[in-house]
Design a binder for this molecule. Structure first.
Ligand SMILES: [Fe+2]
Length: 230
């Protein structure tokens, strides 16, 4: 036996309450501080939607950047019928979107399937903040408080992408946290399952010829991705 260690130690980076690792790869940019920024003043609820998705990193990235997909992919969960985006700003690897969402009327079926919809107002605002390439965050308020989803994405292989979601809340009263925990985590699990189905069953994408204002963010994400590779 030589003196070579059998295992190289995994380098860990501690950033606020999170531990990052690049699995031996040299980090290209510092670990982002977005998680602690967007979750300031909120309570951690748990992790949901941990999955290995059969899809390239780019396909996963694009569906998460695309704030329009909520009214298609997640239609039966949130019943979103209108989606206005008054703000889209970006600076380097960071981007932010403000959206105004309008829901369809809630049916009894919806309530039985997912009690969380009962607490969702008819119109509400969503704030998306992105830290390319690994983080997509979505924060919104409902009648009982606020919910924050931090989607983590990283490539496992050329054709497989890992994801999980950190869920935070800021309830109007702390007594609500244990009551809401289960339905918040299960709603987020459903969100990831719907994204997974959309990614795993979609046909290969073609680049659209006309650029709609709503698709600006997709071109932005695609550019970051291709510039990263070069
Ligand atoms: Fe989604």
């Amino acid at each position: 036996m030589g003196s070579q260690p059998l295992l190289t130690t995994l380098e860990l980076i501690i950033k606020d309450d999170c531990i990052w690792t690049y699995a031996g790869h040299e980090p290209k940019i510092p670990a982002p501080d977005l998680i602690s920024k967007v979750s300031a003043g909120m309570t951690f609820v748990g992790v949901a939607g941990e999955k290995s998705i059969r899809g390239t990193f780019l396909d996963n990235l694009l569906i998460n950047y695309d704030y329009n997909h909520q009214s298609g992919t997640h239609r039966d969960l949130f019943g979103i019928k209108a989606n206005r985006v008054p703000v889209f700003e970006h600076d380097g690897y960071w981007a932010k979107v403000l959206q105004e969402l309008e829901r369809e009327d809630t049916t009894w079926n919806d309530i039985i399937r997912n009690p969380v919809v009962l607490t969702a107002p008819k119109t509400y605002t969503g704030i998306l903040e992105y830290a390319f390439p690994a983080l997509i965050t979505f924060r919104t308020s409902f009648l009982l408080g606020e919910i924050l989803q931090v989607h983590i994405l990283y490539p496992e292989t050329e054709t497989q992408t890992k994801t999980f979601v950190l869920v935070f809340t800021k309830p109007k009263h702390p007594i609500l946290i244990p009551l809401l925990r289960r339905s918040m985590l299960s709603a987020v699990t459903t969100v990831v399952e719907q994204d997974t189905r959309a990614i795993e069953t979609s046909y290969p994408r073609t680049t659209p010829k006309i650029r709609l204002p709503k698709e600006e963010i997709m071109f932005h994400a695609q550019k970051l991705y291709h510039d990263w590779e070069d």
